[in-house]
Design a binder for this molecule. Structure first.
Ligand code: SF4
Ligand code: SF4
Length: 171
């Protein structure tokens, strides 16, 4: 799918820079030191999770998890209010929050467990590939691609990584 992003878990440091960058991208100000004082607090649409446990820390595997924008998306099929919609076969799955009734059916059927709830619990949140932040088109460099120091992220054009994030210890 054009504009999709791919992850190499072997390169993830679990530094969570991508979570922070995504939360800043969801904020009103788009500036880290202003975003932390905003109410409601901005939420990231990507989560870094442990995907392989191991007795030795170095052998543990973590990975950023976010929506795969499935071609035949079960979340879209199950939604009773059509709040979730696939934007054409090559497009992202987007949520219209005003239609969401918070029933969580989509949360139950998502095979990747990547749908979250808004802090007030009244609607879901999920990765939208920064769709609405670039003139209605999926972007080539979504926010999480910019700060990661490792970098496990790349997009469908093979680009990713790049600028180190100032707070990242690996930068
Ligand atoms: S939320 Fe889950 S089921 Fe829906 S498109 Fe994304 S990965 Fe697929
Ligand atoms: S929680 Fe919202 S988006 Fe998910 S199935 Fe229910 S109405 Fe649809």
């Amino acid at each position: 799918m054009e504009g999709n992003i791919f992850i190499d878990p072997e390169r993830c440091l679990a530094c969570k820079s991508c979570e922070l960058a995504c939360a800043v991208e969801q904020s009103k100000s788009k500036v880290l030191f202003q975003a932390i004082f905003e109410e409601p607090r901005p939420q990231p649409l990507v989560k870094v999770e442990l995907v392989r446990e191991a007795p030795i820390a170095l052998e543990r595997l973590t990975s950023p998890l976010q929506c795969r924008h499935c071609e035949d998306a079960p979340c879209v099929t199950v939604c009773p209010t059509s709040a979730l919609e696939k934007q054409g076969i090559e497009g992202p799955v987007l949520v219209r929050e005003e239609l969401c009734i918070g029933c969580k059916w989509c949360v139950l059927v998502c095979p990747f467990g990547v749908i979250g709830l808004r802090r007030d619990g009244k609607a879901i949140i999920k990765c939208d590939l920064c769709f609405e932040r670039e003139g209605g088109q999926p972007v080539w460099r979504p926010a999480p691609l910019r700060p990661c120091a490792s970098p496990p992220w790349r997009n469908s054009a093979g680009r990713g990584g790049g600028r180190p994030w100032p707070i990242c210890s690996a930068a």
